[in-house]
Design a protein around this ligand. Structure first.
Ligand code: RET
Length: 251
């Protein structure tokens, strides 16, 4: 008989906590947007949209929408007995990928505008980002073929390296022409982002990928990362940006 792997109480509670945190930070970001001069408002609007999408996606997952089951076969091998194949159905929270496909490009836009990245560089980073998220989605739904699954993962990691290159090399080169405060701030917040973002494919590898950790552990791990990558990133960006006189988005 098939086995079903799904969230428990910890997962449910965690999802609701994030719903509330994303809602509260969205309201704060919209509030902050009204209080800054319109020339400074682009960062606020982008950041408020990021947590709004996250709020909607977490609301979906908390009420049980945006979730499907993907099956895989687990083969049990023992000496002297024939192998036994178990079909396992594990929950896939695909609402995440809908969220990420919109919000990670917006996060990159925040960083790109801070650094003053060119249009071409911004587009390359955003297209690589969309490829990265969609490969993760295809890999998560891989129909039991491990080679295909890790193939998708490999394409996603290559796309991620393109993003790292644009932020670390491209961003550093363009921000070098700006004032020292912006330069230092970009170094810190882009560094924070790259460290954080690198943990996502690791979590994916042990949850959707290799099915090592439970669905609850997966929900908690992504929740912690999402709170750091969206509300914490957002407050840090907006408070710092508000206190800087010279930095405004370069569009
Ligand atoms: C996947 C799997 C394929 C390979 C790579 C991935 C990277 C995902 C990242 C996600 C970042 C999400 C953020 C969400 C904000 O709340 C898709 C897991 C490289 C970097 C920042």
């Amino acid at each position: 008989p098939p086995t079903f792997i799904h969230k428990g109480d910890t997962g449910s509670r965690t999802l609701w906590v994030v719903v509330v945190l994303m809602a509260v930070s969205s309201l704060a970001f919209y509030g902050m947007a009204f209080r800054v001069p319109v020339q400074k408002r682009l960062f606020h609007i982008i950041t408020a949209f990021i947590t709004t999408f996250a709020f909607l996606s977490y609301f979906a997952m908390a009420v049980g929408d945006g979730i499907s089951y993907a099956s895989y076969t687990h083969t049990e091998s023992h000496k002297h007995v024939p192998d036994v194949d178990h079909v396992i159905y594990r929950q896939i929270y695909w609402a995440r990928y809908v969220d990420w496909s919109v919000t990670t490009p917006l996060l990159l836009l925040d960083l790109a505008l801070l650094a003053g990245l060119s249009g071409a560089n911004i587009l390359v980073a955003i297209v690589a980002d969309i490829i990265m998220i969609l490969t993760g989605l295809f890999g998560a739904f891989g129909q039991g073929n491990d080679n295909a699954k890790w193939g998708w993962y490999a394409w996603g990691c290559i796309a991620y390296l393109v993003i790292v290159y644009q932020l670390a090399i491209g961003g550093r080169d363009t921000v070098a022409k700006k004032d020292s405060k912006t330069k230092a701030f970009y170094g810190s917040i882009a560094g924070f982002t790259l460290i954080l973002w690198t943990i996502y494919p690791i979590i994916w590898g042990v949850s959707e990928g290799a099915h090592i950790i439970s669905v609850d552990a997966e929900i908690v791990a992504y929740a912690v990362l999402d709170i750091l990558a969206k509300p914490v990133f957002g407050f840090w960006l907006l408070f710092t940006h508000d206190s800087m006189s010279s930095t405004s988005p370069s569009v």
